[in-house]
Design a protein around this ligand. Sequence first.
Ligand SMILES: Cc1ncc(COP(=O)(O)O)c(C=O)c1O
Length: 374
Amino acid sequence: MVPAIPQTDPHAEYLACRADIEAAIRQVLERGRYILGEEVQAFEREFATYLGAQAAIGVASGTDALHLALRACGVGAGDEVITVAHTAVATIVAVEQSGATPVLVDVDAHTYTLAPELLTDALTARTKALVPVHLYGQPVDMAALLAFAREHKLLVIEDCAQAHGAACLVHGAWHKVGTLGDAAAFSFYPTKNLGALGDGGCVVTKRVDVAEQARLLREYGWRERYVSSQRGLNSRLDEIQAAVLRVKLRHLEGWNEDRRRLAARYEQALEGVAVMRPAQVSDRRHVFHQYVIRVAERDRVRAALSAAGVGTGLHYPVPVHRQPAYQALGVGAHLPVTEKICGEIMSLPMYAQLTDAGAERVAQQVRLAVQAAG
Ligand SMILES: Cc1ncc(COP(=O)(O)O)c(C=O)c1O
């Protein structure tokens, strides 16, 4: 009996650096400081350096990071923020928590990320910011998006929850995502390319004023302890998560390369199979948080894979504006690509510890399942 292959496997990642993680946690336990201490400070420095950003501010989740990044940039009630419906609902939750109204545009039919040519139609006098989502680890076309933002004096807050280490070529130089706009949000949910052993997130920015504001807002607006200079919230990263993240950050580049190698394996092994493989664009470095294919008869193919011991995921089965809580956001929105792809997409197993042989087996099972369904 061959073992099942899960779609994602954070436990395998933990096992890959178990001794270092356990030593780092032990050190925190022995030191006795558990919230916003030296591990958080060191992680913030190291993550900012890794990205090439000025500052990183550790917070409690990716959702909080996006909410705080928006607020720290001055986005709030009465503002409109343009983003996509083909994303985790967290993107929309964060925009609404900031007080602003999300305005949805469609995604590109090949990269599944925000289509910059559609921004003009969504622009109004109230538009304050753009939130490009680098979904699945695939960067948005940032050269086009930044040009639009500059022309219309809009803020850019990147949702990098799925794209640690992804990069784009802009004006002849490679930039990691998270360094291109006014601010960015990262998630450290355990399955992300850089994942904690619990929740965590980070605001990243090159702007000194935004960094200072995000630091204030993450802890009750305190400049001085117990005295709120503004209305903030409690969204702190804890020392144990920061210690774990420092260990894993050292592996991030290698793990991203593993993901890219596995994606290349899939790319080759799925040639000739009736599925649409992910787009690879020459001026963008995809880090394959997810390897997402499109396939007709998706649900039958998925069931066959499950029966063969291959786990798959749907990211995401229902676009945000079709979910009961958010239907009002769909009024007047024209999102044909978003609506079409949600019934066809399927995420194959993807994590750094997946073996080449495992990827070959997955591809072989996809080939058989697609043939049987067709
Ligand atoms: C695109 C996107 N944005 C935001 C988030 C929110 O991150 P978190 O789950 O850490 O709050 C996620 C993670 O689920 C995500 O995938």
